[in-house]
Design a protein around this ligand. Structure first.
Ligand SMILES: Cc1ncc(COP(=O)(O)O)c(C=O)c1O
Length: 332
């Protein structure tokens, strides 16, 4: 490869830089399409991906001082928007990021961004940052906290819901103070996911410092024990998933129907987890996914379990026709 002379690097005007960014985007294929972005920097929504940027002096970029959350879009409804928004505001508080707007305004901005995107099936992701201002560590010089939101179209083929394999993560778990915040500091999560992929597994599971099962890199876990009780690890040292919280409510119906005998939120040891009849991953991305193998241990009979399947069907049904508390209609 030829060495690049300093003089080869062009000095660009703003419009030339934008034009080159546009060409750069046009030259790569992304599996995801970004339909709309809101930014409090320009106080509006754009549908042009070239204008979907974050200032480099924003502390979310160079210090990781930001929090985020998501919500699925299905059939023109936002699923669990308020539940995710509550967690988002809780994360902002723990990260000591002041809100640039009140909750109602943030909610309105998010819904309007989805409306402008015209997306009927996809996901909404949003970030709150300490904001732009300088490259210091302290946010004292940030002009204002910033809010960003993006709408991503879902073009993935329907999932086959087949059971997956997981491994135990060798990447250390985040300390509880950080694990309970949905901050942008996802390096441990990324490395954990990569470790799983290197081992032909779907996810790597974190074990806490006391030896109890914690969570996956972007999902919670649950088990069905020999007494047909649904076991969910406690939430004091992990992220409280909105999906698993909803599963907990929906599971009451499964108890009434006799599908399970009850639900328990408790510390689950690795040994208990590995000898469970069923293991599953639960989160906004995976919904409910049966685990059929953990490390060398086959879980249950090695097939997708009936409780995992029932809970998946309940979540899918809830997304399609659940109550207004979990489905917010987008006015397009
Ligand atoms: C670390 C972690 N745990 C659990 C979850 C599941 O949360 P939710 O169901 O709200 O998607 C996520 C979601 O991304 C996560 O990042």
């Amino acid at each position: 490869m030829e060495s690049t002379q300093i003089s080869d690097v062009p000095l660009l005007s703003c419009s030339e830089a934008i034009e080159r960014s546009r060409k750069f985007r046009a030259n790569y294929e992304s599996k995801q399409t970004y339909l709309a972005m809101y930014s409090s920097i320009y106080g509006g929504i754009t549908t042009d991906p070239t204008a979907m940027f974050i200032p480099i002096d924003d502390h979310i970029v160079h210090r990781g001082h930001g929090v985020f959350d998501t919500a699925a879009i299905l059939d023109g409804y936002l699923y669990e928007l308020d539940q995710h928004l509550d967690r988002f505001l809780g994360s902002a508080k723990m990260a000591k990021i002041p809100l640039p707007f009140d909750r109602e305004t943030i909610r309105r901005i998010l819904i309007q961004t989805v409306s402008a995107s015209n997306c009927k099936k996809g996901s909404l992701r949003y970030w709150l940052s300490a904001g732009p201002g300088d490259f210091q560590l302290s946010p004292a010089g940030c002009v204002t906290s910033s809010l960003y939101a993006i709408v991503i179209e879902d073009q993935s083929p329907p999932s086959d819901h087949k059971g997956v394999k997981v491994i135990t993560s060798s990447v250390p778990i985040k300390p509880p103070q950080f694990a309970v915040v949905k901050s942008v500091n996802y390096l441990p999560n990324v490395l954990s996911k990569m470790e799983a992929e290197e081992n032909d597994a779907y996810a790597a599971i974190w074990i806490d410092e006391e030896g109890y099962i914690a969570e996956g890199p972007n999902m919670n876990v649950a088990f069905v024990d020999k007494e047909r009780v649904l076991l969910i690890p406690k939430f004091d040292k992990i992220l409280r998933g909105c999906t698993v919280s909803r599963v907990l409510m929906l599971a009451e119906d499964l108890v009434k129907r006799g599908g399970i005998r009850g639900v328990q939120i408790k510390n689950v040891s690795v040994e208990e987890g590995k000898r469970a009849d069923e293991m599953m991953l639960i989160g906004s991305g995976v919904l409910v996914r049966s685990v059929v193998q953990w490390d060398d241990q086959v879980i249950g009979d090695g097939n997708e379990g009936p409780v995992s399947r029932a809970l998946l069907d309940m979540i899918l049904e809830d997304m399609k026709s659940g109550p207004a508390a979990v489905r917010v209609r987008v006015p397009y």
